[in-house]
Design a protein around this ligand. Structure first.
Ligand SMILES: Cc1cc2nc3c(=O)[nH]c(=O)nc-3n(C[C@H](O)[C@H](O)[C@H](O)COP(=O)(O)OP(=O)(O)OC[C@H]3O[C@@H](n4cnc5c(N)ncnc54)[C@H](O)[C@@H]3O)c2cc1C
Length: 260
């Protein structure tokens, strides 16, 4: 026997329970692309209370579509071990170049991250931050549908010891900080520097170098790292995204372990 009100009550209570449990986090990840998912999996697996907020219905960011909607991705040698760690099958195309089915790769990243304990909130957008003593202390969130409809509805707040901006090209968290705060980002110009045109090899190594704290309390990860620190885009090669998520998680875990 199925009773409609019980179905409704189950959804409401379970969802609100998850949200309630996520009001004070060790790490909050904004953006559910490959970088955010890898970072989230690693931090959750290490036992840190971690949640990821994704604006869209589907988590996975720009990885579903491969290159120009041809649904294969390329991952270089250095990052293949992360595909293996997640259980994503890949095969060698040429020495040092591996390919994977983008739908299988993306869905597996989501599944493995969630099973590792990462709480994922899709359909939720981060629209602002709370800053105290020149450090980000909280995220300000709202339903994506509220933003899309242009409704006049106030947001809610999630406290986080560390934030990872994994919002891709748009680098939305750091853009908000640069726009609203009377303080400089930890970039050469003090602002979001903006991404440069496509250069796969340079962009991939820069992505890793640019995965770092960009404002007190906020790390970059993935394409956001290059957008914020002013480096190149890379096109549909995804190793840098995976490695960047891993590095962001390791650095945030070290800061958490140090009691920061
Ligand atoms: C639509 C699209 C087109 C792309 N086209 C290209 C391209 O032509 N060439 C290229 O080099 N790269 C492109 N990329 C990026 C490419 O896919 C990346 O190399 C890779 O996906 C970046 O991974 P990431 O994890 O850094 O971020 P992404 O895969 O970009 O994921 C970022 C996620 O953050 C979410 N998000 C953004 N802002 C917020 C917010 N405020 N609150 C909550 N969630 C938020 C987005 O919905 C998205 O799912 C594109 C990405 C997207 C999403």
């Amino acid at each position: 026997m199925l009773e409609e009100v019980t179905i409704t009550r189950a959804i409401i209570r379970r969802y609100l329970g998850k949200l309630d449990q996520s009001l004070e986090l060790d790490a909050a990840i904004v953006g559910g692309g490959p970088a955010g998912l890898v970072a989230g999996k690693k931090l959750a697996q290490a036992g840190y209370k971690t949640a990821l907020f994704e604006r869209k219905l589907s988590v996975g960011g720009g990885m579903w579509g491969g290159g120009m909607m041809l649904n294969e991705i390329v991952v270089q040698q250095e990052a293949r071990r992360i595909l293996e760690e997640f259980g994503v099958p890949s095969s060698e195309f040429a020495p040092g170049y591996y390919t994977a089915d983008s739908v299988l790769a993306t869905s597996t990243l989501c599944s493995v991250a969630a099973k590792a304990g990462l709480t994922i909130f899709n359909l939720v957008s981060v629209e602002d931050v709370v800053i105290r003593a020149q450090r980000v202390t909280s995220l300000v969130i709202n339903w994506s549908a509220v933003q899309m409809a242009g409704l006049h509805v106030d947001p809610l707040t999630i406290k986080a010891r560390w934030v990872i901006d994994a919002t891709g090209h748009d680098s939305e968290v750091l853009h908000v900080i640069a726009r609203k705060v009377d303080a400089e980002l930890l970039t050469a110009s003090g602002k979001v520097m903006g991404e440069r045109s496509l250069w796969a090899e340079q962009a991939e190594s820069d992505t890793l170098a640019n995965t770092r704290e960009a404002f007190p309390g906020v790390y970059t990860a993935g394409m956001c790292a290059n957008a914020v620190f002013g480096s190149y885009r890379m096109g549909p090669v995804f190793g840098g995204m995976l490695l960047s998520g891993e590095k962001a998680a390791a650095e945030v875990a070290a800061r958490l372990a140090a009691g920061e």
